[in-house]
Design a protein around this ligand. Structure first.
Ligand SMILES: Nc1nc2c(ncn2[C@@H]2O[C@H](COP(=O)(O)OP(=O)(O)O[C@H]3O[C@H](CO)[C@@H](O)[C@H](O)[C@@H]3O)[C@@H](O)[C@H]2O)c(=O)[nH]1
Length: 270
């Protein structure tokens, strides 16, 4: 089965049945996109937990030719999946988190999924908490962000240095853009299909983690309903983060650019 049952009537985002259930309780009609680079030791666990938590959900692993064999392992897991709900997209080289997600979104939008989800492979995002993101989608939200920085959100074992970097990046983005999102860099989120069809993915330039800010900002500017639900973010136990200096520089420069552009637009409108 390449895509979910298209006979099921999902809600039409923006339409009259806006509050009708989009995603079934078992996750059917939703696609989780998981970008991977050297996540061989994490992948089977995260797929198993997803299947346990949401037995109807589809998953797309987007692997950038990981040298540790993650891509081949994903192929094996997909071949073993009797329900054909696990899919794999191979890219030829490591090209950043943002580019991997764009490829995954393109794959999902070419099929009939109503909701497309972002999730890390390393266990930082708990599949068991995905239900609360999907509940907010069913409640009418267009983009739901699993947030570490709203009441109820938690960080477990994240190094203090990473926490302050992340909090600093969020404060900087909030001040520069004026977007009222507490965790705009978060990578655990659920998009209604209509959002991704609307926000001009073809013009996205951000390649690294700044991609998260970019897409949330585009979604806010397009007037969609963006909500945050608290999550517990747990530091990976296996493997390494791919965060580096280039990722931070890209985010700093791009957010400054978007902030100036948005202020200019507001001034011109006055
Ligand atoms: N295909 C592909 N996947 C990648 C690449 N870079 C990272 N990934 C994958 O993207 C996920 C997140 O990467 P990590 O390196 O584990 O992220 P982190 O440092 O823990 O960062 C977390 O915090 C960021 C800042 O808040 C978040 O933006 C990010 O999503 C994540 O939650 C992992 O599944 C990792 O394998 C890449 O170039 N290509």
């Amino acid at each position: 089965m390449e895509s979910p049952d298209s006979a099921t009537t999902g809600s039409q985002p923006g339409g009259d049945d806006r509050h009708a259930e989009v995603v079934a309780a078992d996750g059917a009609r939703a696609l989780v996109v998981i970008p991977t680079y050297n996540e061989k030791d994490n992948l089977p666990g995260i797929i198993g937990r997803l299947n346990q938590a949401l037995p109807g959900i589809h998953v797309l692993v987007v692997d950038d030719s990981s040298p540790d064999g993650t891509g081949e392992l994903a192929d094996q897991l997909a071949a073993d999946d009797a329900d054909h709900r696990l899919h794999v997209l191979h890219r030829t080289a490591k090209d950043g988190l943002g580019k991997a997600y764009l490829a995954g979104f393109g794959w999902g939008l070419a099929r009939t999924y109503d909701v497309i989800i972002e999730m890390d492979a390393d266990g930082s995002h708990a599949p068991e908490q995905l239900g609360s993101l999907l509940a907010a989608i069913n409640d009418g939200a267009d983009l739901v962000i699993g947030s570490r920085y709203v009441p109820g959100g938690r960080l477990v074992n994240w190094p203090k240095r990473r926490e302050w970097l992340s909090r600093g990046a969020n404060t900087y983005a909030r001040l520069a853009l004026g977007a009222h999102i507490h965790d705009i860099t978060a990578g655990f989120r659920a998009y209604r299909r209509e959002v991704l069809e609307t926000i001009s993915l073809g013009t996205v330039e951000s390649a690294g983690y700044c991609f998260q800010i970019d897409l949330a900002w585009r979604t806010v500017q397009a007037g969609f309903d963006v909500r945050e639900v608290p999550i517990t973010f747990t530091e990976r136990e296996v493997g390494e983060s791919k965060m580096d200096g280039g990722v931070m520089t890209e985010a700093f420069m791009m957010v400054a650019r978007w902030g100036v552009a948005s202020r200019m637009t507001r001034l011109r409108r006055r």
